[in-house]
Design a protein around this ligand. Sequence first.
Ligand code: HPA
Length: 274
Amino acid sequence: MNVQDQLRETVAFIQAQGVQEVEFGLILGSGLGELANDIQDPICIPYEKIPHFPVSTVAGHAGQLVYGSLSGKKVIAMQGRFHYYEGYSMQTVVFPVRVMNGLGAHSLIVTNAAGGVNTSFTPGNLMLITDHINFMGNHPLIGKNEENLGPRFPDMSEAYSHSYGQIAKKVAEKLTISLQEGVYMGFSGPTYETPAEIRFARTIGADAVGMSTVPEVIAARHVGLNVLGISCITNLASGMQANLNHKEVVETTERVKVDFKRLITTILAEIKGV
Ligand code: HPA
């Protein structure tokens, strides 16, 4: 079955669960899934029930779609995402973004846990993603282009919406949440990077590194979604601190989740007339 037919079936299934109007897709990264608990009048759909959806394997990723209202906006959130390092194809990793588009979303808010490469960052900082570097060794749009989804050669000049970025910065200031900004560099994982890879990342202009987000943002731009990206800097990258581990990543997201939730919900409230 081709991706268009799969999308039609998946979108129809989700709509049949009562998901009607969708404005924003939300992808909630490692440890950041709790934001979905703030969604009003939720409809929760576990991934395993959804046709053509894979099932997430990482601890700390719940694995469901949550639809409802957040800050007066109709959102559909992924509580848990699919990572390339889990063994999914790039097409599978981005399938949910295409579904969000099929459900009528005009924008995607994507979040992740990331390692800080910029020496002025501290664990617990939130970072507005201004751009990305695809260093994952693959690309979700390789293969026959799906003309109904988007163009063969999508423009990535403004992968992350400048106007959403401006709103995010104003909101952070108003809430007195410190918001760093910078370039996110996507590695495939599942190893954390080596110190040499991090020096390389810094040299070529990265401020943060992680194992997600890049494929989803590419697919989002392909179909024309506006993107806001926020990283939670959970640790300093390899070689900049003692050993890295997933426990620290989860502990840091736990520590900053209140600010993270306030930031995203207030940004959503402030976005008008897309
Ligand atoms: N590297 C890659 N991915 C990550 C990191 C990191 O240091 N921290 C959280 N996710």
